[in-house]
Ligand binder design. Structure first.
Ligand SMILES: [Zn+2]
Ligand SMILES: [Zn+2]
Length: 389
């Protein structure tokens, strides 16, 4: 039986990631986050407990956000003194620029306007946080990602990253560690940024949160939406269940100039990994997994690629059930496999699972093991390994 105390008064449901405030009232982490002024752009936020109006302590997220704006300020300053190409994607988003516009419009005037805007945000954060704030404990605290490890991920040095992560199982707080010096980005953000699909897969297999946010609110998927082309990394994240924010379509169109990706994520199952079911014409495909490559709105059908056989088929939406890749059901297991002579990292696919679970997996391996064996070999080119998979 649910008593009033067991329900969150904001969403009226049972608590998800409950947070207990010093006033002893408890709320879902998400509900409270929407309520309190964690984001300076939200006008209508409250700074007090929804139940008793006691002041809510400052969150770690708010502290991180202030740090973020301060870091952003430093970036703007370096841009004003000398061009810093790496900073452009961040600045472009804050300034509502598209990637193409900022080639011409990235002038001093705009940068100075941005600097003013950031200064205002910092002032507002200072006001919200106050001096010597009481800080609410994190629901899911994570470690600090050391600079050299973040740089290793940024430079595709997977061995260094894995060595730091240590023995499996890797604790949540480590695999999701954030970098205070770089907008609280995670290893997954860095791997996505350089489009290193094998490293992204390995991190997700080891428990990296697919929907993790940096201090600018950027998830790895949202970050992928900034890419001009339909980036393979965006697809990989969709297969792993990346949430699509309301503005992802806008980001893809406005910053990424990426109509293809925008179109894909506007369909309910676009880009998702799914299970085939209820097919009467080709019942042998039922229970197998596939990737929804394209949506045909006229017929409400998807063009999918079956993971096991690699065949491309057209199926009705009703014959697909979303089945995200998860740690327990990644579909394929990628492993780091040493370095080439030239120093580049090698990866291997060590196993596939296309069916409905362990029993199915064995059957399928017995049946199709030979067919796929050559793809279990080491691959030279990290992107090669994902071609057609
Ligand atoms: Zn709630
Ligand atoms: Zn209260």
């Amino acid at each position: 039986m649910n008593t009033e105390e067991e329900l969150c008064v904001i969403c009226l449901e049972s608590f998800q990631d409950p947070i207990k405030l010093p006033c002893s009232h408890t709320f879902c982490a998400k509900c409270l986050a929407n309520w309190r002024p964690s984001n300076v752009d939200k006008e209508a936020c409250e700074n007090t407990c929804p139940k008793c109006r006691a002041k809510i302590p400052v969150t770690k997220e708010m502290m991180n956000q202030r740090t973020h704006f301060k870091q952003f300020r430093t970036l703007l300053m370096t841009c004003l003194s000398s061009r810093n190409e790496g900073a452009i994607p961040f600045i472009a988003e804050l300034l509502n620029f598209s990637q193409e516009q900022n080639q011409q419009d990235f002038n001093e005037l705009k940068l100075k306007a941005a600097l003013n805007a950031v200064d205002e945000k910092i002032a507002r954060m200072d006001e919200l946080i106050g001096e010597n704030p009481e800080i609410l404990e994190d629901v899911n605290p994570v470690e600090e990602l050391p600079n050299e490890i973040r740089r290793a991920a940024e430079n595709a040095h997977t061995d260094i990253v894995l060595e730091w992560l240590g023995e499996e199982p890797i604790p949540y707080e480590r695999i999701n560690a954030t970098s205070p010096n770089k907008f609280y980005r995670t290893l997954l953000h860095e791997a996505e940024f350089i489009g290193n699909l094998p490293l992204m897969s390995i991190l997700l297999q080891l428990g990296a949160e697919v929907n993790v946010k940096s201090s600018s609110g950027q998830t790895p998927f949202r970050q992928a939406c900034h890419e001009k082309e339909l980036h393979d990394a965006a697809r990989l994240l969709l297969e792993w269940g990346a949430e699509i924010d309301n503005d992802c379509v806008d980001v893809a169109l406005k910053y990424g100039r990426n109509k293809k990706l925008a179109k894909l994520i506007q369909s309910p199952l676009g880009g998702r990994r799914c299970e085939l079911r209820g097919l009467t014409a080709s019942p042998k495909l039922n229970g197998l997994t596939c990737i929804a490559l394209r949506y045909l709105s006229d017929s409400d059908k998807y063009i999918v690629r079956v993971e096991l056989t690699q065949e491309t088929v057209k199926v009705k939406a009703e014959n697909l059930k979303r089945r995200d890749r998860t740690r327990g059901d990644p579909g394929r297991l990628i492993q780091y496999a040493g370095r080439h002579e030239d120093g580049a990292c090698k990866y291997a696919i060590i196993s596939h699972c296309f069916g409905e679970g362990d029993g199915e997996w064995e059957d399928i391996e017995r049946k199709y093991g030979d067919l796929r064996k050559e793809e279990w070999q080491l691959s030279d080119d990290p992107s090669d390994i994902f071609r057609g998979l």
